[in-house]
Ligand binder design. Structure first.
Ligand SMILES: Cc1cc2nc3c(=O)[nH]c(=O)nc-3n(C[C@H](O)[C@H](O)[C@H](O)COP(=O)(O)OP(=O)(O)OC[C@H]3O[C@@H](n4cnc5c(N)ncnc54)[C@H](O)[C@@H]3O)c2cc1C
Length: 284
């Protein structure tokens, strides 16, 4: 189908983009890589009056070392994340996760900020963002604020972002001494996860000091598996302990039932994939 008619704005700076968005009075949409928005426009599931294209705002792309964090510009593509030496060294889970998204064309257009702002619970990067305790940096007419990723996602495709705010960056803590792994289950290559698990584990002298687990497609938002995390705190890093903790992976979740799998199947996958992801992250 052909999208409904819209005005088009291509600002060159963040300030100009915020002004362009504010001027739409809530009737505009931000265009990043277009890998989710363009299909929605073509299906007329979205019909903004104005598109504010961030593609010509260079300050929104790239990865910066900010001491104990990486600051990753919202327009940084999946392909750039995969190749970036800072990401590979200090947040390899992001690079590993990005490499599982779609196909090369999607990875060259799709952006980290777009994936986070879109808030698809089946998306790969949102689950990893919550497992890494990343912060979403928002900028609007009222200034700049940061929101922890697990508080940013509030419902299906819904976030705490106001219509006049941009996601300008994602701040990702460097996890020195942690092991990480992303385990995605899909039936066909280049498809969304039926369920996926992002895990980060810190093992000290054979004991699990801390663990973080993010789940994709186990509810209307990406979910932090806090029951698994508490069950792992201070226990010996053994396969048995990981298996016992992973049994809690689906606690408190609301997995959907659809053509790809029923709710109980997704609960089973969450347990199984969590154990695998934790084991790989812990090097067991
Ligand atoms: C065939 C296909 C397969 C795919 N497979 C996968 C997959 O396996 N895993 C996966 O996770 N995803 C998959 N995707 C989706 C892909 O990851 C999208 O790129 C991503 O969801 C959106 O990023 P984008 O940069 O393209 O954003 P866009 O599509 O441009 O925007 C998405 C939404 O976010 C808003 N937005 C974008 N950037 C900002 C910003 N900086 N500030 C505020 N709002 C913003 C837009 O207004 C829009 O509402 C697939 C897409 C396609 C077409």
């Amino acid at each position: 189908m052909i999208p409904a008619q819209f005005d088009y704005s291509a600002p060159a700076t963040v300030d100009a983009a915020i002004e362009a968005l504010r001027a739409t009075d809530g009737e505009g949409a931000v265009l990043a890589g277009g890998q989710s928005l363009m299909p929605l426009l073509r299906l007329r599931l979205a019909y903004p009056e104005t598109l504010v294209d961030l593609g010509r705002v260079p300050e929104l792309s790239g990865v910066r070392d900010d001491g104990d964090h990486l600051r990753i510009g919202a327009m940084t593509t999946y392909a750039a994340l995969i190749a970036d030496p800072l990401v590979r060294a200090s947040a390899p889970l992001l690079a590993q996760t990005a490499a599982t998204v779609g196909d090369p064309a999607i990875r060259h257009r799709g952006t980290l900020g777009g994936a986070i702002a879109h808030a698809d619970p089946a998306g790969d990067l949102p689950a990893t963002a919550i497992a890494l305790d990343a912060e979403v940096v928002l900028q609007g007419p009222g200034g700049t604020r940061s929101v922890v990723a697990s508080d940013f996602f509030v419902d299906y495709l819904s976030t705490t972002r106001s219509p006049d705010e941009l996601v300008v960056a994602v701040r990702v803590p460097k996890l020195a001494g942690w092991g990480t792994h992303y385990e995605k289950f899909n039936r066909t290559a280049q498809a969304w996860a039926i369920v996926a698990v992002a895990a980060a584990v810190k093992v000290t002298n054979g004991t699990i000091e801390a663990a973080r687990v993010g789940l994709a497609n186990m509810g209307p938002t990406p979910v932090r598996a806090r029951a698994v995390e508490s069950a792992l705190q201070g226990v010996p890093a053994t396969r048995e302990a990981l298996g016992e903790a992973a049994a809690h992976a689906a606690d408190g979740t609301q997995p959907p039932s659809d053509l790809h799998g029923q709710e109980d199947y997704r609960r089973h996958l969450a347990r199984e994939l969590t154990e695998r992801a934790l084991a790989a992250a812990a090097g067991l």
